[in-house]
Design a protein around this ligand. Structure first.
Ligand SMILES: Cc1ncc(C[n+]2csc(CCOP(=O)(O)OP(=O)(O)O)c2C)c(N)n1
Ligand SMILES: [Mg+2]
Length: 382
């Protein structure tokens, strides 16, 4: 008789293409990415950093209600997004800004959402960072953790059953979200229904204040893959080239109805959100070490510099352009009117039910009497 435990298996290794200095470890693994795409990947990292810096500050100044930064996970975003096609459907969690930017969502679309003005497709009804774009095949982000996972697998199953066979679904989730019941259901459905889906776990070491050592036992999230019958890879999330290779291979497998679980290892360098102060539960040295030694932006930059595709001047210009674009867009977003107040009662039902019609009438009468007590000029009128 042999009782197995977590030590009965070797740990799943971490696939890397670059070392900490951006040098290729094994030339056979270097991906064949054209120069334009490589530069676009790097510029996306620069853009997301500037957006994070400025929008985080704008929350601190009371101009928006909430924000979440993406520091430390840039390699995951651009590496995976570059391996997808625009038709592939994205289900994100909330910390995947680089994926959205790389797919062509504009800084203006993103900032309008954060400001909840009348150009926000969600009409100001969600918290900031709950982006979505039908046009870019990005399903709108929702707050309850892991709900996107069974939905993504369902969408992949629908692709499988339809004539639309040249696209896959990618679903991003945190290692914390992976503890939800929905995550287990999604992994099992993906495997048993053989769905064209990539289940992409961003393991950044924390779920707000809960470190991953308290989140799970055993060999992390990746170990669940083979156990459930999923193709699986664990990858260095700070290595954009490794993430690219892993996602490109996962996409090929998914197209053959072989679902894949990717666990990308990184570190959440920023606080969880603007509602969090992470120095209350983790040492400063840990943050500093990760930002310095395994910095995904630095690695890709060194790689590009050695290829002659990037320079100090290019860096300065890209950072300035990115910062100016965010500042300009933010100032414009602030000037735009908020959605009409009636929007808050619309869109939930196709035909407005009587009780909501009644509330609408009451609100209309209220504003007729007391409208001058509200900042109505900040809202759209018609
Ligand atoms: C069902 C549910 N429970 C709790 C929360 C509160 N919550 C929001 S984010 C978060 C942590 C998630 O951590 P992780 O999945 O690792 O993603 P990360 O923030 O690290 O990117 C929690 C607990 C929630 N949004 N939904
Ligand atoms: Mg996490």
């Amino acid at each position: 008789m042999k009782i197995l435990n977590e030590n009965s298996y070797d740990p799943i290794p971490i696939y890397r293409v670059m070392d900490s200095n951006g040098d290729i470890i094994d030339s056979r693994e270097e991906p064949d990415i054209d120069r334009e795409t490589l530069i676009n990947m790097y510029k996306t990292m620069v853009q997301m950093n500037q957006m994070d810096k400025i929008l985080y500050e704008s929350q601190r100044q009371g101009r928006i209600s909430f924000y979440m930064t993406n520091y430390g996970e840039e390699g995951i975003h651009v590496g995976s997004a570059a391996a997808l096609t625009p038709k592939d459907l994205v289900y994100a969690q909330y910390r995947e800004l680089g994926v959205l930017l790389f797919r062509g969502m504009t800084v203006s679309e993103l900032i309008n959402q954060c400001y909840g003005n009348h150009e926000d497709p969600g009409k100001g009804r969600q918290m900031p960072v709950h982006y979505g774009s039908k046009q870019r095949n990005i399903v709108t982000i929702s707050s309850p953790l892991a709900t996107q996972m069974p939905q993504a697998v369902g969408a992949a199953y629908a692709f499988k059953r339809s004539a639309d066979r040249d696209r896959v679904v990618i679903c991003y989730f945190g290692e914390g979200a992976a503890s939800e019941g929905d995550a287990h259901a999604a992994l099992n459905f993906a495997a048993t229904l053989e769905c064209p889906v990539i289940l992409f776990c961003r393991n950044n070491g924390y779920a707000i204040s809960t470190p991953s050592r308290e989140q799970y036992r055993g060999d992390g999230i990746a170990a669940r893959g083979p156990a459930l019958g999923l193709h699986t890879i664990r990858v260095d999330g700070t290595d954009a080239l490794a993430v690219y290779n892993a996602t490109a291979r996962a996409r090929e497998l998914a197209l053959q109805n072989k679902p894949v679980l990717i666990e990308a290892m990184s570190y959440r360098v920023g606080h969880h959100s603007t509602s969090d102060d992470s120095t209350a539960y983790r040492p400063l040295e840990e943050i500093q070490q990760w930002s310095k030694d395994e910095n995904s932006i630095q690695k890709l930059r060194l790689y590009l510099e050695r290829k002659g595709l990037w320079s100090e001047e290019a860096e300065k210009a890209a950072a300035k352009d990115a910062r100016d674009l965010v500042m300009r867009t933010m100032q414009n977003a602030e000037k735009k009117k908020k959605p009409h107040w009636k929007e808050m009662l619309e869109d939930v039902y196709y035909d407005m039910p009587p009780h909501i019609q009644k509330q609408m009438k009451q609100m209309e009468e209220h504003l007729k009497k007391y409208g001058d007590k509200y900042p109505m000029d900040q809202y759209q009128n018609e």
